[in-house]
Design a protein around this ligand. Structure first.
Ligand SMILES: NC(=O)c1ccc[n+]([C@@H]2O[C@H](COP(=O)([O-])OP(=O)(O)OC[C@H]3O[C@@H](n4cnc5c(N)ncnc54)[C@H](O)[C@@H]3O)[C@@H](O)[C@H]2O)c1
Length: 266
């Protein structure tokens, strides 16, 4: 039975993907700093009574010691780690760069960028030893070079995650044909992330932003299904799985002209 590890999988997009893997009889590993959600996620998965093993770790992905120990323990329990998804991520307060507290900037980069680099670095020796495995990194606003007021540091991190993932794929291609690296581009999801920043303070969404989310946004379960189907069937390195393509976005705006859009904020 294969094992999938998803960071930040106690809720939101990470949990939605993990649940689908569990339903496909994978062993699943929930990794998160949010203990309450971690326990709730475990309980919900257990209630499904399926074949896979469920492991949970209250681990901060920025902490090398915690991540290393967790990897060791997963291997002890499950023998292999077949899929690793760097999904844990946080949002920033919607204010200009010069108004941001330095601690907030550092913590966001530590999680969104350095956490992805650290986990990839620590899981690669396992994948090389197995001579198999897949690593996916979750992109976000800024990955495609877009800029916007209030998303400067988040966008900087995600732009760098994109470069890092491509660089990792290139390095891996030189040493193994059985390890696949990829980017997951989810678009806009209605999760805790859109209304809360890295310090757990509320982000007030303007009516204009809510309208855009109602047109372009989706529940994380919808996008998770699209991604998990592609991940389980993937046999290529350096892939990109994107949900909100220009074509899909255009279609949504056209539908909105005829009043067809979601109402997530009622
Ligand atoms: N929601 C969106 O619109 C959107 C759009 C594009 C990309 N993304 C990306 O998708 C990913 C998942 O976001 P989401 O929307 O499900 O958000 P979410 O807040 O619902 O889930 C993120 C999870 O990561 C966990 N986490 C945060 N810091 C952590 C740390 N240091 N160690 C371990 N776990 C940690 C949180 O506790 C949370 O459970 C993120 O990388 C985010 O940047 C989100």
């Amino acid at each position: 039975m294969k094992t999938v590890v998803i960071t930040g999988s106690a809720k939101g997009f990470g949990y939605a993907m993990l649940k689908l893997f569990y339903e496909k009889d994978f062993n699943v590993v929930i990794v998160d700093v949010d203990e309450k959600s971690l326990n709730a996620a475990k309980k919900e998965l257990e209630s499904l009574n399926l074949k896979g093993k469920i492991l949970t770790y209250k681990v901060d992905i920025t902490n090398e010691n915690e991540v290393s120990k967790m990897i060791e323990d997963i291997i002890k329990n499950n023998k292999t780690i077949d899929i690793w998804i760097n999904n844990a991520g946080v949002n920033q307060p919607s204010i200009p760069i010069w108004c941001l507290d330095s601690k907030v900037i550092n913590r966001l980069i530590d999680i969104d960028l350095k956490g992805t680099i650290l986990c990839s670095k620590l899981i690669m020796p396992i994948m090389l030893k197995q001579n198999s495995g897949q690593i996916y990194n979750v992109e976000g606003y800024g990955s495609n070079d877009a800029t916007m007021m209030g998303l400067s540091i988040y966008g900087t991190s995600k732009r760098a995650v994109t470069y890092f993932t491509e660089a990792l794929a290139k390095e891996v291609s030189g040493v193994s044909k059985n390890i696949y690296i990829g980017k997951i581009t989810p678009g806009i999801m209605i999760t805790n992330f859109i209304g809360n920043d890295v310090s757990n303070n509320r982000i007030e969404l303007s009516e204009k932003t809510k309208n855009v989310y109602n047109i372009l946004g989706d529940r994380p379960e919808t996008i998770a299904k699209f991604m998990v189907d592609r991940i389980v069937n993937n046999n290529k390195n350096n892939v990109k799985f994107a949900w909100l393509t220009n074509r899909r976005a255009m279609g949504r705006f056209i539908k909105a002209l005829f009043g067809k859009k979601n109402n997530f904020f009622e």
